[in-house]
Design a protein around this ligand. Structure first.
Ligand code: ZN
Length: 165
């Protein structure tokens, strides 16, 4: 069976940026995703199309097809008073906006009473290099298609549709 729209795919992967490993699937714990539903970054999803279990791929993904380009407007100053604790340089926090969405950011520096923060995804602007092995490919269940994501052995990682199982 080849990877195409609505297949559930398990992959082992190693993600390298600038030659360094920044993320990887754990041994015997592959990433499971529903193909064709934007559940993984576009460049990787496109490269996996048509492949089958056992295939090994080396995929280079440009920022445009990865986490996007860096946007300097995503670097902002926040009042230090808004932070509860000691502000830690390099630490990640979450800001809740008025519409309820939650936006992660990283602290760049503290400048007087202000904190300089970066809302860009940490891998924005980076070329991503994936080393991928396709483990399994199967048809999605109706429930998975209705939810728009794959269900692994331990069901949901996300709790938001918890009660419709
Ligand atoms: Zn679900």
């Amino acid at each position: 069976m080849n990877i195409s729209q609505d297949k559930v795919v398990e992959i082992d992967y190693v993600l390298k940026v600038d030659g360094e490993v920044v993320d990887r699937s754990e041994e015997n714990d592959p990433l499971t995703y529903l193909h064709g539903h934007n559940n993984i970054i576009p460049g990787l999803e496109k490269a996996l199309e048509g492949h089958a279990a056992g295939d090994h791929l080396n995929v280079t993904v440009s920022p445009e097809e990865g986490y996007g380009e860096r946007d300097d407007e995503n670097v902002q100053m926040l009042p230090k008073a808004d932070f509860d604790d000691d502000v830690e340089i390099g630490a990640s926090y979450f800001a809740q906006s008025d519409d309820g969405s939650v936006n992660p950011f990283t602290v760049m520096s503290v400048e007087g009473d202000d904190v300089k923060v970066d809302f860009n995804p940490p891998l924005a602007g980076k070329t991503l290099n994936f080393d991928v092995t396709v483990k399994t490919v199967r048809d999605a269940t109706e429930e998975e298609l209705a939810h728009g994501h794959a269900h692994g052995e331990d069901m949901h990682d996300d709790d938001e549709d918890f009660d419709d199982e």
